[in-house]
Design a protein around this ligand. Structure first.
Ligand code: GDP
Ligand code: ZN
Length: 458
């Protein structure tokens, strides 16, 4: 437990109708009691009750504000410490003067995230939940918010904790077999390892499969629109922006002439990069292709290759079709309101039907089909489901990858006749990397866990 008591404004600064000063730590109640006047002494009120009264500077008797004070005694509070929340009138002046007074009477200003950090250090939440609280605050879209909300509630932890429990039980079994080799249980042990590590592997793989979707929901699909001049790239960008009223930004990019625009397709943020400007001012038509927007193309989650339905395929377009066929590319055949000159069969050679969309950016036809194609490419139709845990945090993803490798190593080793006590190391590693997601300091605790299990049977 922390020795000191911290305080901060817990609500957004600005003109809300109320603002909240949150105080946490062993002296939380005492500190606020010094500056709060009401019918009852704050030190004597029951936990989880609200008191009405005034914040008064005890040195000069000045009344700062009329407030409601909530007392939540630890451990049943957000930080698991004693927490007092003072609801003041909105407006920056009132809340700041209340905070200052509280700080002068025994609390110190909290560092950013310090309440959440205390909740973690006090075992109230695990690290993945603490990280989700940060995501929650930063989330820019509804979907991103939902993902963070679920994780803050422990959706990821609820999968990881039982997985770790099973791995620990496996380690215990393996340990017994190492100690009693005369039981001749090598084969049984190998089966057991394959079985247990296999089911953990499946679960980790499922989490990883969803990880990319999680990242996309959080950060948006980085989309690049490419094609020859006049194909209708700018028109497509505008049509998408028009269709989706939720235009968030319209920032001129850092690179010359690259324009970024955000639209939302059924809740999925799409960050559209129109590289058209570059091409149109370029003299050399051969350079039209990929070169100058190479970086953008490489980083893209999605490429929209715009072709002109009204003209035969150009050499540059044939090159682009070839270059982009193994990328997440959707071919947009634009200007279908005009007679067709394009050799569609050539496109269909390399692109499945789901990846070809016909539309008219000018008339706005076919935009919905494009949206469907995009959803289909990124989400296996399950995006609406509430039951899915999306791992979107880079640290968690990398730890899940580590876990996956260790589990695979353990399973493979059973087929290669590797001694069991070496396989044990892989299993322990997977247990540890999963634990790191939750913020466990492994090492010693791994040993403790193993020994505590052995006390029962031996
Ligand atoms: P970009 O050079 O690829 O960005 O192409 P633009 O979006 O600037 O469009 C080039 C020309 O094609 C403009 O005159 C547009 O009005 C026209 N255009 C774009 N989309 C369509 C379409 O779907 N149908 C027709 N008929 N014209 C279009
Ligand atoms: Zn253009």
């Amino acid at each position: 437990m922390n020795e000191d008591t911290i305080a901060a404004i817990a609500t957004a600064l600005g003109e809300g109708s109320i603002a909240v000063v949150r105080v946490s730590g062993p002296a939380a109640v005492d500190t606020v009691a010094k500056v709060f006047k009401s019918k009852q002494d704050l030190r004597e009120v029951a936990s989880h009750t609200v008191q009405y009264g005034w914040i008064i500077d005890p040195h000069n008797g000045n009344v700062l504000d009329e407030v409601l004070v909530t007392v939540m005694k630890g451990p049943r509070s957000f930080t698991a410490e004693d927490v007092v929340e003072v609801s003041t009138h909105g407006g920056i002046v009132a809340v700041k003067s209340v905070l200052e007074l509280i700080v002068r009477h025994g609390a110190r200003l909290a560092e950013p995230g310090e309440f959440t950090k205390r909740a973690f250090l006090n075992g109230r939440i695990d690290l993945s939940q603490a990280e989700a609280v940060i995501d929650l605050i930063r989330s820019k879209s509804d979907r991103a918010f939902q993902i963070a909300r679920k994780q803050a509630d422990g959706s990821l932890s609820k999968q990881i904790i039982p997985m770790r429990q099973k791995l620990i039980e496996l380690l215990a079994h393996v340990e017994v077999n190492i100690d009693y080799p005369e039981h001749d249980v090598e084969d049984v042990t190998a089966d057991l390892i394959r079985d247990h590590c296999g089911s953990a592997l499946l679960q980790v793989q499922q989490l990883l499969n969803r990880a990319n979707e999680g990242k996309i929901l959080r950060e948006g699909i980085m989309t690049v629109i490419v094609g020859r001049p006049n194909a209708g790239k700018s028109s497509l960008l505008n049509a998408l922006a028009r269709e989706n009223k939720a235009i968030v930004t319209d920032i001129p990019g850092t690179t010359r002439d690259i324009v970024e625009e955000s639209v939302s397709i059924s809740g999925i943020p799409l960050r559209l990069l129109d590289t058209a400007g570059i091409r149109e001012t370029s003299d050399k038509v051969e350079q039209i292709g990929v070169e100058r927007s190479h970086g953008a193309l490489n980083d893209a989650d999605l490429i929209l290759l715009v072709l002109n339905h009204h003209e035969p395929l150009h050499e540059d377009e044939k090159k682009l079709l070839e270059q982009l066929k193994d990328r997440p590319t959707i071919v947009v055949i634009n200007k279908i309101d005009l007679p067709g000159e394009l050799e569609i069969s050539e496109v269909e050679q390399d692109y499945a039907k789901e990846r070809i969309v016909y539309l008219s950016a000018k008339e706005g036809n076919g935009i919905e089909e494009l949206e469907k194609a995009v959803s289909g490419l990124f989400f296996s139709g399950a995006v609406e489901s509430d039951d899915i845990t999306y791992v979107s945090n880079a640290r968690h993803i990398s730890l899940l990858h580590q876990t996956k490798c260790s589990l695979e190593d353990a399973i493979n080793a059973t087929y290669e006749g590797v001694p069991i006590d070496l396989i044990q190391i892989d299993i322990a590693a997977s247990w540890e990397s999963l634990g790191q997601i939750l913020g466990d300091a492994a090492g010693d605790s791994l040993l403790d866990q193993i020994f505590s299990q052995f006390c029962l049977g031996k």
